[in-house]
Design a protein around this ligand. Structure first.
Ligand SMILES: Cc1cc2nc3c(=O)[nH]c(=O)nc-3n(C[C@H](O)[C@H](O)[C@H](O)COP(=O)(O)OP(=O)(O)OC[C@H]3O[C@@H](n4cnc5c(N)ncnc54)[C@H](O)[C@@H]3O)c2cc1C
Length: 390
């Protein structure tokens, strides 16, 4: 009997042969061996918050039974969590040990392994993505071999930090943390002209700055976040909030949408945003969902969207009750003019031919992938297109 499954936005639906809920690494090794003997593909679900066809009708694996902390190391400000742990399950236990994540994205519903596998990020020109906070990984290869990777493993580790689940099934993640901290959030509205005038100052003077452009009003909902010593969890003024970092950085997203996001070189970010705004006003005046503008520090991970370049990330949304394909295609056409790199978890039509031009280490990643998983156990049609496998 098959099981019916779908992702968060409902854009990906599967009738899978099996939804496995392993409790141990041995369970995973056994599942991989069974899949190999049957010639089936295996794709892992974190929290299914990605919008792209990552999954399979063969064997789906959820690590919802492999959650929680393995250890805390206060001396090094590090902690190891099981891969199925959700981001919202990390904050409080870490806080109780005096530690916190350096940064988070807009929400905290993702699993730690799923978040790092697509290069999930927040905003802040000095802050790199969550994958860059990883200093150790444990994963199981398609052949059932357990690999423990750290910085000393060189390029395989750099590849595994963002890998869309194609190098192995991650079972544990060790994070480099920082001492716990409170955050002060401020929200206000600005016109596009004010936003343009103030943006460099806002980037320089704040740990985090971002805005949502509202196509309906043509205004910007601005937000800054900064560390504070004020240990009071109270609202200091209208539009402001103070609290533990893990309660302030993420928000909730109650209305379902689909999303496209690309990273463009930092210096091209504003021009790219203006072009998307103009295109939407001319061609898609009916779209009511906002465009988000964030900054992201460069990193040295092989296929992270910020690999080797400081970036601006721009994302457009469309409610799940409306078609998004033509609109996203028009947005992607603009991103192509700016050497945009797709967010791996969000809608895009980039394939091997496009990606090999955008990532200096693309070919090397492909070689590592093929060595790790020569039979393509962790691949599907979508990923074959990404990696140019016929
Ligand atoms: C409402 C919403 C808000 C979002 N906000 C942001 C944001 O602020 N910033 C941002 O960058 N992104 C954001 N995203 C995108 C999201 O963070 C990514 O798509 C992320 O990968 C989802 O994590 P997940 O746990 O749901 O993983 P999934 O979507 O389930 O999986 C993602 C990938 O990871 C792989 N994977 C999962 N677990 C494992 C494992 N144990 N071993 C190996 N591979 C694994 C999967 O196979 C898949 O390839 C948002 C998405 C939504 C729906």
């Amino acid at each position: 009997m098959t099981i019916q499954w779908q992702n968060w936005s409902g854009s990906q639906v599967h009738q899978a042969q099996k939804l496995a809920l392993p409790e141990t690494e041995v369970d995973i090794v056994n599942l991989l061996s069974k899949a190999a003997s049957e010639g089936r593909s295996v794709r892992t679900i974190g929290s299914a918050h990605s919008f792209v066809p990552f999954w399979t009708d063969d064997y789906l694996v959820s690590l919802d039974n492999m959650k929680g902390f393995v250890n805390f190391n206060q001396a090094n400000l590090q902690a190891t969590a099981k891969a199925g742990t959700k981001l919202h399950e990390l904050g409080e236990p870490l806080w109780n040990e005096g530690m916190s994540m350096r940064n988070m994205g807009d929400i905290d519903r993702q699993s730690i392994a799923g978040a790092i596998s697509t290069g999930t990020h927040g905003t802040g020109v000095t802050l790199s993505n969550i994958s860059s906070q990883v200093v150790g990984l444990k994963m199981i290869t398609a052949a059932g071999q357990v690999q423990t990777l750290t910085e000393s493993d060189g390029e395989l580790f750099k590849a595994a930090q963002v890998s869309m689940g194609t190098l192995g099934l991650i079972t544990e993640v060790t994070l480099q943390l920082v001492p716990r901290y409170f955050m002060h959030e401020k929200n206000w509205h600005a016109s596009v002209a004010e936003c343009e005038e103030q943006r460099e100052e806002l980037v320089s003077n704040n740990r985090h700055w971002e805005f949502f452009w509202d196509p309906h009003s043509d205004g910007c909902a601005m937000k800054t976040l900064n560390m504070t010593d004020q240990e009071v969890e109270a609202s200091p003024a209208e539009g402001e909030e103070i609290g533990r970092n893990y309660t302030i950085i993420p928000s909730t997203r109650d209305n379902k949408f689909n999303e496209i996001e690309f990273s463009v070189p930092y210096d091209a970010g504003w021009e790219c945003f203006l072009e998307i705004r103009e295109m939407m006003r001319q061609q898609y005046p009916e779209v009511r969902w906002p465009v988000e503008y964030r900054t992201l520090a460069a990193d040295d991970l092989m296929i992270s969207s910020a690999s080797g370049r400081k970036s601006v990330t721009i994302s457009a949304h469309q409610g799940t009750n409306y078609p998004h394909e033509a609109f996203f295609q028009a947005v992607e056409t603009v991103f192509r003019r700016y050497d945009g790199r797709p967010h791996w978890g969000k809608v895009h039509t980039h394939r091997h031919e496009d990606l090999s031009r955008l990532y200096p280490d693309w070919e090397r990643f492909r070689q590592l992938r093929s060595k790790q998983d020569p039979d393509g156990r962790f691949l599907n049609t979508f990923l074959n297109g990404i990696f140019g496998i016929s």
